[in-house]
Structure formats: structure tokens, C-alpha cells
Design a binder for this molecule. Structure first.
Ligand code: NOJ
Length: 741
């Protein structure tokens, strides 16, 4: 069926008044729907893959799925559905269901579609919002060309506990960086012709799971919730995110999927979000396992009344909502409200006019220009943690290189998944570039590269260490490709420790004992606690999961075609026992020297310094940047006014490089104790050798707001410290006073 107006205005999702005013067609459609058809619009599931059904897992057979579509009992399908299956399903919906309402096709398009980009945490290390927007846009174009309409991304959960496996899907530990990337990704997915509707997930505090254990309870103060975990969602909503997905966890005893305070109080009433709230996968039914609902009917009622519009996979809404409405336990108006939101989403995606969008043409391949973007994104995601004696960059000729480790060459019995990382559901046919391949492509004489596996990811290889040591002895420099497999990060992939597996550590120790210079190429989906020969290697590059162009991008950095420019979006602790760890912690009453010299009774561990091994914001380049001449435009920031903070940055190194200049603030005395530092802004700067630039930031008094005693944002006059810095623990410091009103 075709509704009157497509109303796509500026983007696939536009909540403008004009669009809303045009919803008479939706009202007319609503008026024609039965209760079951309405509940059907709120019922989303993964497509059938064949003749088998599994009621316990809510898996429908193809025959059941087709019957559901004809009867208007399903609103859309997610993941898994190839083009032909989507086309067939859409034909049934549009031509054979009573009302002809088109299906929505959703997918987890997390870091690319056919073209696989770096995992979101890696891309966050670029601190490049324009890049994040462009990769989201590219992913959206490829997915839309394959007939998808809606992505379950971006994940905007703050992650401060490196044990939590899903940190890999987000933007790291910092609120400002997460807010900016959330907005960039929403814009990238949604803006312009041919994008996808986006979903900010997982609402809320999913990353605050106790012990870093996925799905676990989050018990946190309302202040931390509002100050740390909610702002990225608010930012995504302000950028126009079409949908919000609930989280699996409970927040202080109330499962998110039934958390009316959050879903209705905060999201709808405070933030005025009018898009679709979708449950996570069977999260409504899981209220029973939580011990919050006695049965499916109660679970459906509690979820729906709390504010979840659409149910993913459980089928509980379809099963129970009609009777709940008939029995007066759920107001009919609440049902209409949820259905209206879903129909609006479909309308704004243009589905009523073009239900077969992306399904007419044959299955599209990855776009060639996206491969170039994948290499750019991967290069920019690499973080150089350490470069003793300027070992890097390496020359492309005249060196014998041994590339050793379980991630040296996926073509040699490894897995392409380990280049991609988690959540790569739709990779194209092009083979990803392994480290070995990338290095060979870059070297003047590829025969100078010797590749040895040396160890499995978790288990030693028979004779592996001996082979590695002998290769290292014959080499001038060793590249050690160590870290985590894709299987070690992502959903349900929490780790009790965040060190390297023992087999790899043993390999690193043996290789280091040869005395050859070692460059560690770390593959990881989280901050790791680095130990021994890995921590002490001459050079250390964090390469995360970089996607399709991994090998080329790492070679670009290793050989100095580009200077590394990534900055850590998560602090690397000194020891695994420090987690959860993040830079923006509060001071205690007994801080360590130099903040407070004196007695022994200070905040500290017996065995380990408190500081990070590498703090948030850290990352070296092949330049050498000096920070000088910090100046404030005035010693006082007028109430409601602005203050300019300036510093001169000079590249005294011998190579052009990009510096990420960071602005931090600390509120010295407030009615609620404040973090030792908070990131307020950052700027990227490319400087030739010897060149200088003045960086100027503008601080507004509103930037100094925090969540006060009454849980409302407040700005308090008084003294503040400000840093212009290359990381969260360095930089030039000044102070200013925020004047009273
Ligand atoms: C569960 C995950 O938590 C969520 O992020 C994802 O979108 C859904 N499954 C659908 O795959």
C-alpha cells in the first residue's frame, strides 16, 4: 500500500513538525487495523532459515513465517535474510496481507556491511568524528543497497570495565568522546538519500555490569547514571536517532526492559524522544528469568507499559497484547501510540512508496571506494603506545624482519574473523588483508619477511617457540603479532582477566630473550594489562580489529607512510586488578602524593601504582609535539560567558604528524565531589616538522555543569583547573575562576 507522503525531508528519519502533521494517512490506517494486526506491527523476529521451527527459542519455520506475514502478524525481520528471502517476504506482506503494510528489514550493521571497517572501539581511537560519520554512511549505503532499512547501531554504552566484552562495540570510557561519536554515527547512518534508520543501544547502563560480566546487574547511583551513562543516549536522540534499544541488565533491581522511569520518564518525558523503543533479543521474556515477571503475559504487560514499543524475537506482544487490551490491563491508546511510531518509521523510510528498495537489483558487492575508506579508517585507528629509541618507523628495505605470532597470517590456518572482530555478519567476498600480506605488499623485497606462528591464541604450538626463536635470531627486527581472537570480545565474551593468554606471553618472553628489537602489534577488543616482555617491548602498537584492510594499514604505519595518530579511548591499566579503571575518577580524602605528600595511609594498592600504564588520550606519533605558552583570555570566566584557552603546539620532530590536542577541566570545590579531570574538547592538528600552531578552545560556563545534589544539572561558581594536554595525565595547566552570577 502507498501512503500519501514520503516525507523524507533531510534524512531517512526526520521528526520535524511538518512530517508529524502529515500523519493523517497513518491514523486512517490505524483505524482499519484489528488488535492482532496492531500487535503484529510490534512483533519483530529473525527470519526462518528452513522447515524447522523451535518454539522454545521462538524460531519460526518458513511456513509459519509466511503465514505470519500474510496475516499481518510480523512487522519485520532482522539479520540473516538474504535478498531473495527479503524480496519474497516483502511480496507477501505488500501483496497478500490484508492491509499490505510493508515489512521492515533490520540488521546489526555495526562496523561496515560488505566492506568491514575497524570495530567501533578502534575507530573511536581515531578521535575523528568525520571519519566515524563517513564509515557509518558507507555501511548504511551498502546495507540499504541490499534491502535493509534499519541498523541496530550505534552502541553508545560507556565502558569502564575492560573485562566487559562489549566495550569493543562502543566508544570507550569517556562521556564527551562517546557523545560526539554517537552523534556522528547517527548522522552517518541516517543522513542523505539511501541510508538506514539507526538505533542507540543499549538503554541503559549495560556497560556498568557488575564485575564486567555481560548481562549482569548494574547497581549505580542515579548521579553516575545521569552523568556518565545517559549522556551518549541523549546525544544520539538529539541527533535524531530513529530508535532506542533496551539493555538486558537490571539497573538497581529494575530490569531495563521494564524500567518505566528510564524508558518513559527519561526518554519520552524528559528528552521528548518520539521514535521507536525496541527490546533487545527476548529481553521482555527474560523478565521471567530476572525474577521480575511470573509469566509471559506479565512480562509483555510490564515491558509494554514501561515503554517498550516493539518486541524482538520472543513473540510475547503478539501473543498477549490483544488480550491485555481487551481485558483493560493495557490501554488501547498505548497500543495505538506504539503502532503509530512503527508506522511512522516505515513511512519515513519511504517503505510505503518503495517497499522493494534495494531488492530490485541483484545483490550488490562492496563498493570499491569503501575499500579506500577502510584503509584510511584502519590507519587512523592504530595507536602507538611506545617507541623506544625511535625504532619506528622501519625502513622498507635492508632489514630482515620476523613476523611472529598467532595473528601473523590468517591465510596460514588462522581465521579471517580475527581480522574483522565481532559483529561482522555480512562480509563481502574480498579476502581481508592479513599482516603478512600487508607487509609483503609494502616491502621492497618481500623475501626479507619471515613469518612464523610460534603459538596458538590460547594454546602453545608444538615446536612453536623454538621455531620463533630461531626466526628471531636470524632477523634484524621482530614483529610480534599477539592479542585476542575475535571470539574473545563481543556479546557474552567477558573475560575474568585482561592479560594475554599464557601461551602468547611465553612466546613473547622467549623471543625477547634473543635480544632482538621487538615491535608488538597488539590485536585487541579492550584495554589489556600488558606484562613482562610485551609491556617492555621497544615499540607497541595497538591495532584492535581493523577489518578488511588490516595488513595494509598496519604496514602504512610501521613503515612511516603515515604517522600514527590514534589516541586511546580507554585507559590501559598497570595491572588487571585495577579494573574497572578510567581516568575521570574522583579524588579520595587520602590522595597519593604529589597531590598530598605525607603519611602511608593513601589510596593505593600494595603492589601496583594507581596510575594507568597508558592513560586515556595517550598516543605517540612520528613527530614530537611540544606544548607551550598556555594562555587564558581572562582569569575569570563571566557567568553565562566564555573564556578562550590557548596554547602553542610545535612539532619539533623530523616528520609530519597529526596531534590530538585535548582540553580537560577540574572543578576544585563543589557541592558534589568532581572528577580529577574531565575532557571538554579536543582538536586534531597536522603539523610539518618545525611548524607551530596556536590552538584555541572556547569554554562556556555551561561546559562546567554537573549533576547536583538534586540530580539536576548545576553550574557553581569557583576555582577550576584547565589543561591543554596530549593525554589525560599530562599537559599544561592553568586555573581560572567562574564568576558568580
Ligand atoms: C542482542 C544484542 O545485545 C543486540 O545488540 C543485538 O542488536 C541483538 N541481539 C540483535 O542481534
Amino acid at each position: 500500500m502507498a501512503l500519501g507522503v514520503t516525507a523524507l525531508c533531510c534524512s531517512v528519519w526526520c521528526a520535524s513538525a511538518a512530517a508529524a502533521a502529515d500523519d493523517a494517512d497513518i491514523e486512517a490506517l490505524l483505524a482499519r487495523m484489528t488488535l492482532e494486526e496492531k500487535a503484529g506491527q510490534l512483533n519483530l523476529y529473525a527470519p526462518a532459515s528452513g522447515a524447522l521451527s523451535n518454539p522454545a527459542l521462538h524460531i519460526r519455520s518458513l511456513a509459519e513465517q509466511e503465514a505470519d506475514i500474510r496475516a499481518g502478524r510480523v512487522t519485520g525481520l532482522f539479520n540473516g535474510a538474504g535478498q531473495a528471502a527479503k524480496r519474497r517476504a516483502q511480496q507477501l506482506a505488500v501483496r497478500e496481507s490484508r492491509l499490505g503494510i510493508p515489512l521492515l528489514f533490520a540488521a546489526d550493521v555495526i562496523h561496515g556491511f560488505r566492506t568491514v571497517f575497524p570495530v567501533p572501539l578502534a575507530e573511536a581511537a581515531s578521535w575523528d568524528t568525520d571519519l566515524a560519520e563517513r564509515t557509518a554512511r558507507a555501511a548504511a549505503l551498502e546495507a540499504a543497497a541490499d534491502g535493509f532499512h534499519w541498523t541496530f547501531a550505534p552502541m553508545v554504552d560507556i565502558a569502564r570495565d575492560a573485562r566487559w566484552g562489549r566495550g569493543v562495540e562502543g566508544a570507550g570510557e569517556d562521556v564527551l568522546l562517546a557523545r560526539r561519536l554517537a552523534q556522528a554515527r547517527v548522522r552517518g547512518f541516517q543522513s542523505g538519500e539511501g541510508g538506514l534508520a539507526s538505533t542507540a543501544k543499549h538503554f541503559a547502563a549495560y556497560g556498568a555490569a557488575e564485575g564486567g560480566l555481560d548481562y549482569n546487574s548494574a547497581d549505580l547511583s542515579p548521579r553516575t547514571l545521569r552523568e556518565v551513562y545517559l549522556p551518549p543516549f541523549k546525544a544520539a536522540v538529539e541527533a535524531g536517532a530513529a530508535a532506542v534499544m533496551t539493555s538486558f541488565n537490571d539497573v538497581a533491581g529494575i530490569p531495563s526492559n521494564a524500567n518505566r522511569e528510564l524508558l518513559t520518564g527519561v526518554l519520552r518525558d524528559e528528552w521528548r524522544f518520539d521514535g521507536v523503543v525496541v527490546s533487545d533479543y527476548t529481553a521482555d521474556e527474560e523478565l521471567i528469568a530476572h525474577g521480575f515477571a511470573a509469566d509471559g503475559r506479565e512480562a509483555a504487560r510490564l515491558s509494554f507499559l514501561a515503554g517498550v514499543d516493539m518486541s524482538m524475537q520472543s513473540g510475547l506482544y503478539l501473543l498477549h497484547l490483544p488480550a491485555l487490551v481487551q481485558g483493560g490491563e493495557v490501554p488501547a491508546a498505548r497500543l495505538d501510540e506504539a503502532v503509530r511510531r512503527v508506522l511512522r518509521l516505515k513511512k519515513r523510510l519511504g517503505l510505503f512508496e518503495q517497499p522493494f528498495r534495494g531488492l530490485e537489483a541483484p545483490e550488490p558487492a562492496a563498493r570499491p571506494e569503501h575499500r579506500t575508506l577502510a584503509r584510511e579508517a584502519a590507519r587512523k585507528s592504530v595507536v602507538l603506545l611506545r617507541n623506544q629509541g625511535g625504532l619506528l618507523p622501519l625502513p622498507k628495505a635492508g632489514l630482515r624482519i620476523a613476523l611472529i605470532g598467532p595473528f601473523a597470517d590468517e591465510a596460514d590456518g588462522g581465521s579471517a574473523a580475527d581480522l574483522f572482530g565481532p559483529w561482522t555478519l555480512f562480509p563481502g567476498r574480498a579476502a581481508p588483508v592479513s599482516l603478512a600480506q600487508g607487509l609483503r605488499d609494502a616491502l621492497s623485497d618481500p623475501s626479507t619477511l619471515k613469518v612464523v606462528k610460534g603459538s596458538g591464541v590460547n594454546e602453545p604450538l608444538p615446536g612453536g617457540i623454538a621455531a620463533a626463536v630461531s626466526a628471531a635470531r636470524r632477523a634484524d627486527v621482530v614483529l610480534l603479532a599477539l592479542g585476542e581472537s575475535a571470539q574473545m570480545s563481543g556479546e557474552a565474551r567477558s573475560r575474568a582477566g585482561i592479560t594475554l593468554p599464557a601461551a602468547q606471553q611465553a612466546l613473547a618472553e622467549a623471543v625477547a630473550a634473543t635480544g632482538k628489537p621487538v615491535v608488538v602489534l597488539l590485536r585487541n577488543g579492550r584495554a589489556l594489562a600488558l606484562e613482562g616482555a610485551v609491556r617492555d617491548a621497544q615499540a607497541l602498537l595497538v591495532t584492535w580489529f581493523l577489518g578488511l584492510e588490516t595488513g595494509h594499514a598496519v604496514a602504512d604505519v610501521l613503515f612511516g607512510d603515515v604517522s600514527p595518530s590514534g589516541r586511546l579511548p580507554v585507559s590501559f591499566p598497570q595491572a588487571a586488578g585495577q579494573v574497572p579503571y578510567h581516568y575521570a575518577h574522583r579524588r579520595t580524602g587520602r590522595p597519593l602524593p604529589p597531590q598530598d605528600p605525607g603519611s602511608d595511609f593513601k589510596t593505593r594498592y600494595i603492589e601496583t601504582p594507581n596510575e594507568a600504564l597508558y592513560p586515556f588520550g595517550h598516543g605517540l606519533t612520528y613527530g614530537r609535539f611540544d606544548y607551550e605558552a598556555l594562555q587564558l583570555s581572562h582569569p575569570r570566566l563571566p557567568w553565562g560567558g566564555t573564556l578562550q584557552v590557548k596554547a602553542r603546539i610545535t612539532n619539533r620532530g623530523a616528520r609530519e604528524a597529526e596531534e590530538t590536542v585535548q582540553l580537560y577541566v577540574h572543578d576544585r570545590v563543589a557541592s558534589v565531589t568532581r572528577p580529577v579531570r574531565e575532557l571538554k574538547d579536543f582538536r586534531k592538528l597536522r603539523l610539518a616538522p618545525g611548524a607551530s600552531a596556536e590552538v584555541e578552545f572556547t569554554l562556556r560556563s555551561a561546559d562546567l555543569a554537573f549533576i547536583g545534589r538534586d540530580l539536576q544539572p548545576v553550574v557553581e561558581p569557583g576555582l577550576f583547573d584547565v589543561w591543554v594536554a596530549p593525554s589525560a595525565t599530562q599537559g599544561l595547566r592553568a586555573s581560572f575562576e567562574l564568576a558568580a552570577p
